[in-house]
Write a protein that binds this ligand. Sequence first.
Ligand code: CTP
Ligand code: MG
Length: 242
Amino acid sequence: SPVAAVIPAAGRGVRLGPGIPKALRTLGGTPMLVHAVRAMAASRAVSLVVVVAPPDGTAEVKSILDAHALPGGSPGGGWGRTDVLVVPGGETRQESVRLGLDALPPGYEIVLVHDAARPLVPVDIVDAVVEAVRDGAVAVVPALPLADTVKQVEPAPAGRPEPVVATPDRSRLRAVQTPQGFDRATLIRAHETITDDVTDDASMVERLGEQVVAVPGHEEAFKVTRPLDLILAEAVLARRRL
Ligand code: CTP
Ligand code: MG
């Protein structure tokens, strides 16, 4: 079955600081979103990418993508065998993903959801996630062991130290990345059923009681969230271009 990738790219990037929407900030002169679309299109499995743009920036995102598509172009507009659609996003990541899912044509039984803010994910990770869904998992996340010890704390008044209440066993914890891969029907049911605030799509599937599985992620699939992450991303890209 062909695979579609939804790329939520509608966030402002508040933690990165003021300026244009995060997905349009450049890395090595190319918008992060373009890197993310290329990363999905690099997988032979992925034949459609749905980009979820800032609600007031759909036209701008379309023209940026057109400007970076290969000249001559396939019927899909120059992303090799991959078609690219652009739809407007929403107030939250969850809503943006749902709007992307609404735009999916029939026939794509496997759906990836990939943050525009993870522009440098290697194609091997994309392929490994697709393979795990093809092997029968309804939801797959790329994940890495943690470097830091993690503490659970109680909330405290601003400026006061926070009481530590627990230290979960780090060897059983994972930091989760994207693309996350799903059986389409399961992901759509999750988005129709779960209304709680969540930070990823797999946690919605967990709340349905379905089994989510983790496969190895990659250091270069880190999320560009804060200014320091931009410096790291530029360095990773520069090293690739050596
Ligand atoms: N996203 C989205 N729609 C929103 C909010 C976020 O499509 N309303 C997307 C972002 O564009 C990003 C991904 O979800 O690709 C992961 O979110 P995050 O890293 O938190 O990006 P932002 O929400 O833009 O950043 P911040 O939370 O710092 O504002
Ligand atoms: Mg956010």
